[in-house]
Design a protein around this ligand. Structure first.
Ligand SMILES: Cc1ncc(COP(=O)(O)O)c(C=O)c1O
Length: 385
């Protein structure tokens, strides 16, 4: 059997490992000066006023929804095709996630027309996910939200270093955005996240609530800058720590190169898979150069063939694939959360995510392409009964 080709792989260089080692030996592990340095660097990279590093994008989403005023009785419109965190964080606030359709098989982002149809007097926020690092259709969403005084939140978990068609950075287009630094993400440290905003009040809420709304942090107390503290609101432990912040500082330096390599690989996938019968490749070529290219989604037109194709690619070619994402209302915990959402359900049954990471070699990519094309051709000729 040929060597496995994983869906995702991470490689750390010597400078990244050294930065973490130095931090481990520094005697200070929880949130402190390295976290502040990373926040400054990421805010500068994005061009925003405030970057608040936290323990995950889930935490950042929770804080963003709280900052938007989401509470019991409120609704937040989120896409049905996303990681469950986008919806769960609404529930953490006591609110109700209202699931909206994606645009279609060519664009897996939330559909603004469907969002418009789901707005009620209880809608407090809309969350746009930049799926796979491709910009959601922000202009009409922004207009809808602005007209009605609704907050626009960006789930930018997939999209560091990506831009909207007007050139603005994703993650700077709404009231607040949430980035993920989970280990398989474009910018990764294991577990971590960040809330970005230009709004001073949102930033203040996030900084406070990430550490139990204490009036002084442990680093301040360590330096003797504060002897005691007050607790001003219900907060959480959403702190990141210094080894992860140190790793992120180093990895941020390589982000643009990593994204450039991802884009080149995606262009190559699109060339090699573009004409394959029975496959639809979402997004347009010109969108690739604005995307962070977090993952490579392809749509298997016949839903009956998607799972057999995944299985054959694994068993006969040793190529790992995934599905991004099952539809949220089809999870047990969200049963009954939405009526039929046919476009989202079709995407959930047809999407296939193939391997993509910056150091994927062209030889390995050729094997992935050969696996998809030959197995799909065979399955189309002799469909499973
Ligand atoms: C779209 C989306 N939102 C939110 C998250 C949550 O990120 P984290 O694991 O950092 O909490 C993820 C992670 O996979 C994601 O893909």
């Amino acid at each position: 059997m040929s060597k496995p080709i994983p869906l995702f792989d991470i490689r750390l260089d010597d400078a990244e490992v050294a930065a973490v080692e130095q931090t481990l030996r520094s005697g200070w592990l929880t949130m402190g000066p390295r976290t502040a340095d990373f926040e400054r660097a990421f805010a500068a990279h994005l061009g925003v006023e405030h970057a608040v590093a936290v323990s995950s994008a889930t935490a950042a989403l929770h804080l963003a929804y709280l900052a938007a005023g989401v509470g019991p009785g409120d609704e937040v419109i989120v896409p049905a095709i996303t990681f469950v965190a986008t919806a769960n964080a609404v529930r953490y606030c006591g609110g109700t996630p209202v699931l909206a359709e994606l645009k279609g098989q060519h664009d897996l982002g939330i559909d603004p027309a469907d969002v418009a149809a789901r707005i009620t007097e209880r809608t407090r926020a809309v969350c746009a996910v930049h799926f796979a690092g491709y910009a959601a259709d922000i202009a009409p969403l922004r207009e809808l939200c602005d007209e009605r005084g609704i907050a626009l939140i960006e789930d930018a978990a997939h999209s560091p270093s990506a831009t909207a068609p007007d050139g603005r950075m994703l993650g700077t287009l709404g009231l607040a955005s949430a980035f993920s630094f989970f280990s398989n993400k474009v910018l990764s440290c294991g577990e971590g996240g960040l809330l970005a905003t230009d709004d001073d009040d949102v930033a203040e809420l996030a900084r406070s609530r990430r550490a139990h709304a204490l009036t002084s942090g442990t680093w301040d107390r360590h330096r003797g800058h504060a002897a005691s503290y007050d607790v001003t609101a219900l907060g959480f432990n959403y702190r990141i720590d210094e080894p992860r912040a140190a790793l992120l500082i180093e990895r941020l330096k390589g982000l643009e190169d990593d994204v450039a390599r991802r884009r080149a690989l995606v262009h190559r996938y699109r060339e090699l898979l573009g004409g394959v019968e029975g496959l639809t490749i979402p997004y347009r070529d010109e969108e690739v150069d604005r995307s962070s290219c977090y993952v490579m989604p392809v749509m298997v037109d016949d839903p009956a063939l998607r799972d057999p194709l995944r299985q054959a690619m694994q068993e006969r070619w040793n190529v790992q694939t995934s599905v991004l994402y099952p539809a949220i209302h089809e999870f047990t915990a969200y049963a009954g959360a939405a009526g039929p959402l046919p476009r989202s359900e079709l995407a959930a049954r047809t999407e296939l995510t193939v391997p993509l990471f910056p150091h994927l070699t062209e030889d390995d990519q050729d094997r992935v392409v050969a696996a998809v094309t030959s197995e799909l051709a065979e399955l189309r000729q002799a469909p499973p009964s």
